[in-house]
Write a protein that binds this ligand. Structure first.
Ligand SMILES: NC(=O)C1=CN([C@@H]2O[C@H](COP(=O)(O)OP(=O)(O)OC[C@H]3O[C@@H](n4cnc5c(N)ncnc54)[C@H](OP(=O)(O)O)[C@@H]3O)[C@@H](O)[C@H]2O)C=CC1
Ligand SMILES: CC(=O)[C@@H](O)[C@H](O)COP(=O)(O)O
Ligand SMILES: [Mn+2]
Length: 408
């Protein structure tokens, strides 16, 4: 039996992780569940999984949850609150793996706790790597943590790497040493591919939260629509696979069937294809190096449909003109500039997306705000995680101020 701590259990990734545990109760169990304030889903998850611990970052939510569990006769589940307690649950001795699925930089400190405890980390949260890449990979090496990417593109790359590379994530000297010429990240182009700037300015949060192929949380859905998601994934790939800028290509693939590819120097291309279903990379990461069946994907008729969708659907790929997607260019430029620029990019994006979802700004304001903040704010490089968090906080303050003074 392997035990998990799930950081962000009530979210889209978290719930799919719970679903995989439910399908394989003989192999996996939840030791600890962590979320922010969604008491309803957390109560359901506690009744389903009976974890030993649960932590709600929001103290009042922890109190409500505790009451719900008492009424349900589940007072044996220890209810905690606050980020400090969440970090403690990420480093429990009897936890084998930690699913990092809190959205945004909020996932950084508990993920680092899991790294410093030498855990097997199922990495879905991409913002942590974007804002702390150098520190992240250094600590992975120092504490001998194992990283299994869950983000579908990076999971696809991981599955297409030689086993020796898979075991050295964080210590990869260079891709060329393993006969790899480049990594190709596929991009759906988001929900508004080909729309004019004027049409984009009218996009509503409801429209932006509907991805053409995936069902995801709100922030990543908007990031996919602006393609900031692909920009963040570009940075994620550079750190995870120690890739140089000329070793990563972004390819437009609207169907989200090819989840990414690895090109080798002998002309071979290895790729991972599947229907767009996040339980696949999640279950792969949980069971790695083995594979486990997913009942909802293994029925015969389903397989035929899936095959037809994948292969008779004439898989389509095309060059991506990143000039049409300012957010990708902002992210790539930031990654070539400095770690502080990537922190500022991420912070400005988190605030801009949140403001868009609250209908305070337009969809096309998002890249313009990020570009402006990157131009006016220049801070020293971080020397430690505390510096990363300071830069993030400072950038968020400046972004909020700019939106209040110039957009509203
Ligand atoms: N969804 C997907 O298919 C994919 C997601 N990812 C990445 O995985 C991560 C999670 O994404 P997703 O599942 O879509 O996100 P969701 O918004 O669906 O869920 C976010 C989770 O994080 C929790 N949370 C939010 N804020 C805080 C906080 N301040 N402290 C602690 N917990 C917090 C939420 O708790 P609560 O419910 O209580 O608010 C929830 O459990 C992101 O980094 C995303 O980029 C990567 C690839 C695919
Ligand atoms: C499922 C997942 O990994 C998301 O990051 C998804 O890939 C978004 O895809 P696009 O950013 O290509 O629209
Ligand atoms: Mn992805």
């Amino acid at each position: 039996m392997e035990y998990l701590t799930i950081l962000g259990s009530t979210g889209s990734i978290g719930q799919k992780t719970v679903a995989v545990i439910q399908q394989h109760k003989d192999k996996f169990a939840a030791r600890a569940l962590i979320a922010n304030n969604n008491v309803t889903i957390m109560t359901e998850q506690c009744l389903m999984l009976s974890p030993q611990y649960v932590c709600m970052i929001c103290e009042n939510s922890a109190k409500s949850l505790k009451n719900n569990l008492r009424i349900a006769g589940k007072s044996n589940i220890q209810v905690l609150s606050g980020m400090k307690e969440a970090c403690a649950l990420a480093e429990l001795n009897d936890v084998d793996m930690v699913m990092s699925a809190i959205v945004g930089i909020a996932g950084l400190t508990p993920t680092f706790s899991a790294i410093r405890a030498g855990k097997k980390i199922l990495l879905a949260n991409k913002e942590t790597l974007v804002v702390s890449g150098q520190f992240f990979m250094q600590e992975v090496c120092k504490y001998n943590a194992r990283i299994i990417p869950v983000d579908s593109e990076h999971n696809a790359v991981f599955q297409s790497l030689p086993e020796i590379c898979q075991k050295k994530i964080g210590q990869l000297s260079s891709l060329s040493e393993y006969g790899i010429s480049r990594i190709v990240l596929t991009a759906s182009g988001g929900a508004f591919l080909g729309m004019s700037t004027e049409q984009l300015s009218m996009i509503t949060p409801e429209q932006a939260c509907v991805h053409p192929n995936w069902v995801m949380g709100r922030k990543i859905s908007v990031d996919s629509a602006t393609m900031m998601n692909k920009g963040l994934e570009y940075i994620e790939a550079r750190y995870l696979f120690n890739a140089n800028p000329n070793e990563i290509q972004i390819l437009l693939h609207p169907q989200s069937i090819i989840h990414s590819m690895v090109h080798y120097i002998d002309g071979s291309i290895l790729a991972h294809l599947s229907l767009p279903d996040m339980t696949i990379p999640i279950s792969y990461a949980m069971a790695y190096p083995n594979r486990i069946a997913l009942h909802h994907l293994s029925s015969k008729e389903f397989n035929n449909d899936a095959y037809n969708t994948c292969f008779y659907n004439k898989l389509y790929c095309d060059e991506l003109n990143s000039l049409n997607y300012p957010c990708i260019k902002l992210a790539i430029d930031a990654s070539n500039h400095s770690q502080s620029a990537m922190i500022i990019l991420n912070a400005a994006n988190e605030i801009a997306v949140e403001s868009f979802l609250k209908k305070m700004i337009s969809f096309t304001d998002i890249p313009n705000i990020i570009d402006h903040i990157l131009n006016i704010l220049h801070l020293n490089e971080p020397n430690a995680i505390d510096d990363v968090l300071y830069i993030d906080q400072r950038a968020k303050e400046i972004t909020i101020q700019y939106i209040m003074n110039n957009i509203l």
